[in-house]
Design a protein around this ligand. Sequence first.
Ligand SMILES: C[S@@+](CC[C@H](N)C(=O)[O-])C[C@H]1O[C@@H](n2cnc3c(N)ncnc32)[C@H](O)[C@@H]1O
Length: 194
Amino acid sequence: MSHGVIEGYAKAAPDLVTQFGAIDAEAHLAPVRAFLPDSPARVIDVGAGTGTEAVWLASLGHSVVAVEPVVQFHQAGAIEWREDRLPDLQLIMAGAQRYDLVLALGVIQHLEPQEQYKSIETLNRLTAPGGRLILSLRHGPGHPDRQVFDIDVDAILDCAACAGLTLCSRQAAGSLQEANRAAGVVWTWLVLDR
Ligand SMILES: C[S@@+](CC[C@H](N)C(=O)[O-])C[C@H]1O[C@@H](n2cnc3c(N)ncnc32)[C@H](O)[C@@H]1O
């Protein structure tokens, strides 16, 4: 993995705290709103950024762990913060806890293809039997300090199928951030059931 990505986020943290904070979590999660749990659930958000989505999910009554390698982002309350990183999530996977809902939103693009596939296996193992994994996959150019790689969605789906995950939903979406829209960034949202 390119460790420079984490350093790139850490360097830009003061600006990104403001930028991420301006995102409306409910609007961001609109493509998968119908797939979020109705009753209180154990949720983990991997690559949670400043925790905008995690905090919103906690406000709905879920118990939420936010995993984020950039500790400068660990500021929001109402959620439990952990420092760890894909593809292995060594500290998280060393624990016994598994989750009803696992989110990895806008993070897989920072990993090289082999690490993307390894991440899917890790995220599958983090999902409780009967639970759900939601991914948002970013396509398009990234910031020079925060390297991005292409994501082959069909290869991700093959990997998910090999892990035993079932595809419930696949949707394309535009970018909420104006600069990303202008740069041609688009997203694929996947909902996968274990
Ligand atoms: C584009 S931001 C997405 C933040 C949030 N999930 C969202 O959707 O708005 C990517 C986040 O992934 C984190 N990240 C980068 N590499 C990671 C890795 N290998 N494992 C976990 N998180 C990582 C970054 O620090 C950053 O907070």
